[in-house]
Design a protein around this ligand. Structure first.
Ligand code: NAD
Length: 324
């Protein structure tokens, strides 16, 4: 009998890739989301449209599964996160409280929660030349946005459920995951997808101007989706119960990110710096513990990941512009 798993948020970017990854490894998979995946059909054995803010929906979603990967969340890039605090906090807390409790009641043995680098305190991320963030840096707590506070309290929830009820919870802190089949327009897209879109538009229309929020000197690390799904699975199968970073530890500025993408696209761009939400000034992942715990760290280079992502987004933009 294959292990039966539930992936919530299976209509979203990481959840959709994770379903494919788990199916390739022989799991029976139920996907749940508010919507079907946008860009290609799911590989899940079953896919249910449910609103996981609702308790009855969570009971239905978690019935008869051995393990849960909890990815459902209201989420987006800085533009979205910094302007929907109340909605994000309300929705994600309901999703997380109900999904974990329903999984426990229905007898799931393992539960994987997707937290974020957004839990780290703002006061450690004020310079572009930031010291990479270690897992224990999270306290004293001061996440920048409601999104980070929600992730932090749900980390605690998962820790207490393991201690008090014995359900084996695993907690990951993603650092900027990117790749094909992710949101690339509409306001929820994150920096790599937004820049790939803008540069594809520049290439296809011949207007080299590309808007960048702020001075572009803010720094981040970016992790390709295939490393992300592999890392999720390794952590779920491990016996490590504490929050763990999962990301790349090569930090680049947003200006450098744009330059790499422009080179992949084969065009010269003119950067136009405009006001816009930028998040913290600098952020990078310290992968010391990741290497210790999993004996592994993300391996796909930023350039390789961006090549695959740019090719897919350029294709999307071509179709949108009627040039396919
Ligand atoms: P995504 O927005 O593509 O996927 C999230 C999915 O959750 C969406 O398909 C959405 O419809 C679904 N959802 C939202 N509300 C729901 C509800 N009430 N009921 C059912 N489904 C609902 O985001 P993603 O990038 O795939 O992120 C997956 C998880 O990883 C999220 O928890 C996110 O916070 C976390 N995360 C992602 C990143 C990243 O860089 N992508 C970084 C840190 C943390």
């Amino acid at each position: 009998m294959p292990t039966k798993v539930l992936v919530t948020g299976a209509g979203g970017f990481i959840g959709h890739h994770l379903v494919t990854f788990l199916k390739e490894r022989g799991y029976w998979v139920r996907g749940v989301d508010l919507k079907h995946p946008e860009f290609s059909p799911t590989d899940a054995d079953e896919f249910e449209i449910l609103d996981l803010r609702r308790w009855d929906a969570c009971l239905q979603a978690t019935r008869g599964v051995d393990e849960v990967y909890a990815l459902a969340a209201e989420m987006g890039g800085m533009g979205y996160i910094s302007s929907h605090h109340a909605y994000i906090l309300y929705s994600n807390l309901l999703i997380n409280l109900h999904t974990l409790e329903a999984a426990r009641i229905n007898g799931a043995q393992r539960y994987f929660y997707t937290s974020s680098a957004c839990v780290y305190p703002e006061y450690l991320q004020t310079s572009a030349d930031v010291t990479p963030l270690k897992e224990d840096d999270v306290y004293p707590a001061q996440p920048q946005d409601a999104y980070g506070w929600e992730k932090l309290i749900t980390e605690r929830l998962n820790i207490h459920y393991r201690e008090d009820y014995g359900i084996e919870t695993r907690i990951v802190r993603f650092h900027n995951i990117f790749g094909p089949l992710g949101t690339w327009e509409g306001g929820r897209e994150k920096a790599p997808a937004a820049l790939c879109r803008k540069i594809a538009v520049a290439k296809l229309t011949g207007n080299p101007e590309v808007e960048i929020w702020g001075d572009g000197e803010q720094t981040r690390s970016f992790c390709y989706i295939d490393d992300c799904t592999l890392g999720i699975h390794k952590l779920m199968r491990s016996d490590y119960p504490h929050p763990l970073n999962l990301g790349q530890d090569r930090m680049v500025t947003i200006n450098e990110l744009a330059d790499i993408i422009a080179e992949i696209a084969g065009i010269e761009i003119v950067k136009k710096h405009v006001p816009g939400p930028q998040g913290v000034r600098g952020r990078n992942s310290d992968n010391t513990r990741l290497r210790e715990v999993l004996g592994w760290a993300p391996e796909i280079s930023l350039e390789e990941g961006l090549e695959r992502t740019y090719a897919w987004i350029e294709d999307q933009v071509r179709q949108k512009l009627g040039m396919a």
